[in-house]
Design a protein around this ligand. Sequence first.
Ligand code: Z5A
Length: 218
Amino acid sequence: MSKGLFISFEGTEGCGKSTQVKLLADRLQSLGHRVRTLREPGGTPIGEEVRHTLKHSKNNAAMTAEAELLLMNASRAQLVREIIRPALANNEIIICDRFYDSTTAYQGHGRELDLEKVKAVIDFAVGDTRPQVTLFLHVPADISAERLRSRQENLPFVRDRIEEADQKFFERVAHGFGVIAASEPHRVKFINGMQSVEAVCAKIWDTIQPVLPRIGRW
Ligand code: Z5A
């Protein structure tokens, strides 16, 4: 009998993942499912410290691409073993805001690290714990940047090392997500993130609903 369900959300910054993670979790919970929402990097006390180091620490400016790759996967290795595996064994639904496709896109394509080495690090971090369904929210780069800008206008400024990368980096990341989606169409579902929040939510539901009966209801 299959155990739990593991769903990941992927896409470039501001594509609407966090908005849709919450909407999907609320809907599943209202139907009686046990749902756990997580984010990467982070999701555990250790992972949240690693997240701070990766993004906001005042000492992180000199971080190398290799250190970034390993820290992302240190956070992931902890999350998989501390939270995801026990929750799946307990028949819960995991919804994760980013998982290893982000490493392939950002550290592999974006930072231009060797893709085979990136894959080996990911494999070591996750073992056989992999999402059954990945929702790839696609928005063009200019919309991604615009959404981030408008959100930041309403929040106090917090420096983020990864967001300081140049435009070419983000173009490579966007290309990387396209390559991933094309290479694994059975798992990675392309969702047009340019529609209204409600329309994106409906499309996601159409994708997720058919896989729910496999794990039943509680
Ligand atoms: N990273 C990595 O390099 N390697 C890895 O392995 C992993 C991650 C796991 C995590 O940042 C960073 O780590 C990220 C990748 C890297 N770096 N960058 N740059 P994060 O967790 O802080 O943030 P994020 O994952 O990039 O997502 P985000 O910026 O929080 O955006 P989002 O969750 O995709 O979007 P949102 O918050 O739901 O929406 C953004 C805004 O758009 C907001 O104002 C919404 O109200 C609005 N919105 C949402 N949907 C719509 C629609 N449909 N229409 C119009 N407006 C909308």
